[in-house]
Design a protein around this ligand. Sequence first.
Ligand SMILES: C[S@@+](CC[C@H](N)C(=O)[O-])C[C@H]1O[C@@H](n2cnc3c(N)ncnc32)[C@H](O)[C@@H]1O
Length: 255
Amino acid sequence: MTAYIWQESWDRQQAAFMPDREERFAAMLTAVDAITDGRPPKVLDLAGGPGTITLRTLGRFPGAEVTVLDQDPVLLAIADATLAGRATIVDADLGDPAWRAKLPTDGFDAVLTATALHWLPAERVATLYGEVLEVLRPGGIFVNADHLPEESLPTLSTRLRERGRELREARYASGAATSWAEWWQRAAADERLGPKMVERERIYPTVTHHQEWTPPALWHVDALRVAGFAEAGVLWRGGTDAAVVGLRSPEKGIG
Ligand SMILES: C[S@@+](CC[C@H](N)C(=O)[O-])C[C@H]1O[C@@H](n2cnc3c(N)ncnc32)[C@H](O)[C@@H]1O
């Protein structure tokens, strides 16, 4: 395994789904910059896979203290190899509220997550938002970028999704990108990642396993407010994807 090449191919495989993927990361990090006044931030990359947000955070903010949390043994192996000594790597299941006990620290300036929470059931996401609030410092932010359509645009959203699918298929057909299923097949054939695939199948027994659950961005904004975030809203939008943000009150105490 040459870890950074796997990291690169992961990025390409994910960008086939989200050609504007980097824009959402940049928007997140601009918000982090705005709340840290030039100080290197302390960031939690939640469900971070191979450390996608971690790498971008370290690139933009030298000296940042970053923790990446995931439960996928294959992606964590890539994270471990590319980030060793530069970030803390935590293996934990966000389905279990005990995930917080596995963190080396709390008081994060920012908890950032992308393309991940739609893998969890709705009730769990709503509860998780409250747990995230507790690991932020007062005045810290949480950003979730995911498939979060705009409720008032059902026809355009359907068309955007259909067109996105057509373009994705064209990318696969031309060899410009590897599909999700093919990427995992290739990982299974890798000498170092193959054994991790066996562990992975215990956690994720099927290739597609996430919830077919993509409520609109406003559902998340409401859930963030209910969870106790002092401010919540849409930070970024690109077609049917968006990044919602919650700001913890700068006052001490939760909320
Ligand atoms: C599509 S990947 C996105 C990874 C990364 N955020 C990125 O943008 O490249 C979704 C990630 O969510 C993680 N995930 C899903 N459910 C999880 C759970 N219950 N606990 C921890 N991680 C989870 C998966 O293991 C996977 O790494």
